[in-house]
Design a protein around this ligand. Sequence first.
Ligand code: 4NP
Length: 165
Amino acid sequence: MEPSRLLFVCLGNICRSPAAEGVFLHHLQQRDLEQAFAVDSAGTGSWHAGQPADARMRAAASGRGIHLPSRARQIVAADLDHFDHILTMDDENLAAVQAMARGRQPRALIRPITQHCRSQRVREVPDPYYGGADGFERVLDLLEDACTGLLEDLLASKPPWTTER
Ligand code: 4NP
């Protein structure tokens, strides 16, 4: 079976979306499901292209046994037809990806990753870049919840999410 293709998107692609990618990969590894999914992350901006995830984000993830393998890149129009699901971190990322999709019929279903949260009730994964260490832990708490729900929802193949275009 073709792997389901997932793209996680934030602004810089050095904090939140690499963390989402790493957390989701970690869940896949724990459940021996790596063959069933192809995952990647991207930023709506290009400033950090080529860089590894922010050292503070990597340290926080490492504290939970999670490796962040990504190198930053900017999202391109072709991503909207390559991926099955695009999961955004905040309202601004969502609006930017929706703007790229406008006037097209993209393959990807585009929505905020927080739609998959089970216990946390939030709309956005807050940008931790200019804050302290607790912000990175908060990002991971949210993403652990969201990625657990995302994997369950995808495996159940019953889309409970609403596609926002
Ligand atoms: P991210 O965080 O979108 O979660 O990767 C940011 C990284 C860099 C910047 C802003 C947010 N920046 O302004 O350079």
